[in-house]
Design a protein around this ligand. Structure first.
Ligand code: DND
Ligand code: ATP
Ligand code: GLN
Length: 591
């Protein structure tokens, strides 16, 4: 039996920043070497970041990625790290040993083994996810090779992300080929009802393969996606050995003991993968001798966050990374005294620090007194930067030139606010945060070019009822890494008051929409679960409401398409997960 110390590099790449990702790979490998690791595993497509979308279709990008991989392999050796094998994801091209300058093959979602200055083995994802937020048939062809390399006597197999999720393919070959350890680079996005499905999956696959399994996941925000990390190690019986924290970078170093020593011959061997394909196993030997026994260090097992901590942390990381990775230093938003902008401001302050959050209080002729006082109270509690910009005179001046009445006049107020925020963004370089929630987005309850203006929408996938839950949660809890130090950062009145757009006297959201508890249950069934109208009625929803809400949702598609991006936290977000035609005459029938 043998021992190995594995370093799981749960780190945060930036899409398209090949050289920064390469630098990070070298730096984290150095840390792993200093901690005595025998193998370092980075995440899926680590060198390019994930997902790179249509960048994969650019020859220049894929070539640059392959070049970077080869350079980084050499650099590791030049910096004295060549003896430490590294597994890292990148984008390759189909065809044996493709190299820059050779005929172009189709892209592969690949992983490589770097050792002694060279790329010594390559593999690529076999099962391409093509559902939900994934479009991988558009980009990649499937891989058909499984590298198994002997490291200090232990045969280590490498498979990529979705290959773990599907029956058959490389992971089923791992057991047949008798590997002693399976390492899996991943880029698995966060969503709230994923629960502990990854742990169950790792445990099941480890038992099937009869070997320990190392699952390394990306962390960080990328446009609409947030990756939570939560990297996992299980033993061959499927028992949890180690776990990294969620929503934070971590080099998880784990001693695995009792690993089988292999003497299988090197070479390439075909295996029936059980899914109608043949996978070729490439066996190679890096080092046959087991390491001398050494005292194993206890493995860290991070506690999983509860639902609200998890969702809130996802939103904070999404904002922090969108701001930083897009080169902003600060954000700006309209603060109304209501709960949506209060929660958005709080998330922003936790993400980038209150001194980099700018809020504008923009009272109109219909604003209630508490709108201003609740907003001022939040400013006082959090220490964000604030200014007051009354809009009544601007609206009046506009109305003098252009005659507007009814809804058109009401919406003008939202548009004046949007214009002020965009003006201040242009002037000072702040990113405008849009404050709408998922219930509003679903029903089209926002003004185009008004409160829907902006660059990033932190709570666009959070239903209104959860907006309140998150606000209450944040008032009672904090997490390591949140930058806001205030106790109870959100004024209680912003949480408890009845929601209103305040675009006309005494307006209430319930003038246009059912109570949010009722609406959110219906939206969950219609949007998340895709129920038809008959099913909705059979599930107990009021038939008249079903007709009304379906109509609102269907007609608001054009508005959603013009809404800024924002982090996905539910199983079905508007955008990558739920894509419907705008021009669309299909209507659910209720009879
Ligand atoms: N299919 C289509 N494709 C492209 N554009 C389309 C379109 N259908 C309408 N349009 C355009 O959209 C316009 C209508 O949309 P829009 O101008 O937004 O106006 P609209 O949706 O009519 O009104 C906004 C609604 O949102 C509510 N609101 C506003 C602000 C804040 C809040 C809140 O509480 O957060 C709520 C407000 O009370 C009102 O019920 C049309 O005039 C037309 O220009
Ligand atoms: N008086 C105001 N001052 C500053 N911004 C405002 C004001 N009123 C509305 N806004 C901006 O427009 C957004 C839409 O607000 P509105 O009051 O219409 O409805 P809401 O969706 O209930 O939001 P909130 O809960 O933040 O009030 C707000 O979140 C805020 O960013
Ligand atoms: N990048 C991938 O292949 C991810 C797909 C996988 N099912 C997940 O969500 O984790």
């Amino acid at each position: 039996m043998a021992q190995l110390r594995i370093a799981l590099a749960q780190t945060n790449p930036t899409v398209g920043d090949l050289s920064a990702n390469a630098d990070r790979l070298v730096a984290w490998t150095r840390d792993a070497a200093e901690r005595g690791a025998h193998l370092v595993v980075f995440t899926e497509m680590f060198l390019t970041g994930y997902p790179v979308e249509d960048l994969v279709l650019r020859t220049s990008f894929v070539d640059a990625g392959i070049r970077t991989l080869e350079q980084v392999a050499r650099r590791l050796a030049e910096e004295g790290l060549g003896e430490l094998p590294v597994v890292a994801g990148y984008v390759d091209r189909a065809g044996l040993a493709p190299r820059v300058g050779q005929p172009k093959g189709a892209p592969l979602d690949a992983a490589a083994l770097l050792y002694q200055g060279e790329v010594v083995a390559r593999t690529a994802k076999h099962h391409l996810p093509n559902y939900g937020v994934f479009d991988e048939y558009r980009y990649f062809v499937r891989g058909d090779r499984l590298p198994i390399f002997r490291l200090h006597g232990v045969d280590v197999a490498v498979a990529v992300c979705e290959d773990l999720w599907q029956e058959g393919g490389p992971v089923s070959v791992v057991g047949q080929a008798g590997a002693g350890l399976l390492v899996v680079p991943n880029a698995s996005p966060y969503e709230k009802e994923k629960d502990d499905v990854r742990l169950e999956l790792c445990a099941r696959r480890a038992r099937e393969a009869g070997c320990a399994l190392v699952y390394v996941n990306q962390v960080g925000g990328q446009d609409e996606l947030v990756f939570d990390g939560d990297s996992i190690v299980v033993d061959g019986a499927g028992e949890l050995v180690a776990r990294a924290g969620q929503f934070r970078e971590e080099l998880l170093v784990v001693d695995l003991t009792g690993l089988p020593v292999s003497e299988a011959a090197p070479g390439a061997f075909p295996y029936d993968a059980g899914d109608g394909t043949t996978i070729t196993v490439d066996r190679l030997v890096l080092s046959g001798e087991p390491v001398a026994p050494y005292p194993a260090e206890p493995a860290p097992v991070a506690e999983r966050l509860d639902l609200h901590a998890e969702v809130y942390s996802a939103l904070v990381l999404a904002v922090r990374d969108y701001v930083a990775k897009n080169g902003f230093r600060s954000v700006i938003l309209g603060l109304s005294g209501g709960i949506d902008s209060a929660l958005t401001a709080t998330i922003a302050a936790d993400a980038v620090g209150p001194d980099r959050v700018n809020v504008v209080l923009m009272p109109s002729r219909y604003s209630s007194e508490h709108s201003l006082t609740d907003a001022e109270e939040l400013v006082r509690r959090q220490g964000v930067r604030s200014q007051v910009a009354p809009i009544a005179d601007i609206v009046t001046a506009f109305e003098k030139e252009i005659e507007l009445s009814g809804l058109a006049a009401e919406n003008l107020q939202a548009r004046v606010r949007g214009t002020i925020l965009m003006g201040l963004s242009n002037q000072n370089g702040h990113l405008v945060l849009t404050t709408g929630n998922k219930s509003e987005l679903a029903t089209g309850y926002s003004t185009l070019y008004g409160d829907s203006a902006g660059g990033f929408a932190p709570i666009k996938d959070v239903p209104k009822t959860m907006v309140w839950e998150l606000a209450r949660w944040r008032n009672a809890h904090t997490c390591a890494g949140f930058l806001l130090e205030a106790e109870r950062p959100i004024p209680e009145n912003s949480i408890s008051k009845e929601p209103s757009a305040e675009l006309r006297p005494d307006q209430r959201d319930t003038d246009s929409l059912p109570p949010y508890e009722v609406l959110d249950r219906l939206l969950d069934d219609y949007v998340e679960k895709d129920m038809g109208s008959q099913e909705l009625i059979a599930a107990g929803h009021d038939p008249e409401l079903v007709t009304r809400v379906i109509r609102l949702v269907d007609l608001a598609e054009y508005k959603r398409r013009q809404y800024p991006p924002g982090p996905k936290i539910t199983p079905k977000n508007f955008g990558r997960d739920r894509r419907l035609p705008i021009t669309n005459r299909w209507r659910e029938s209720t009879s």
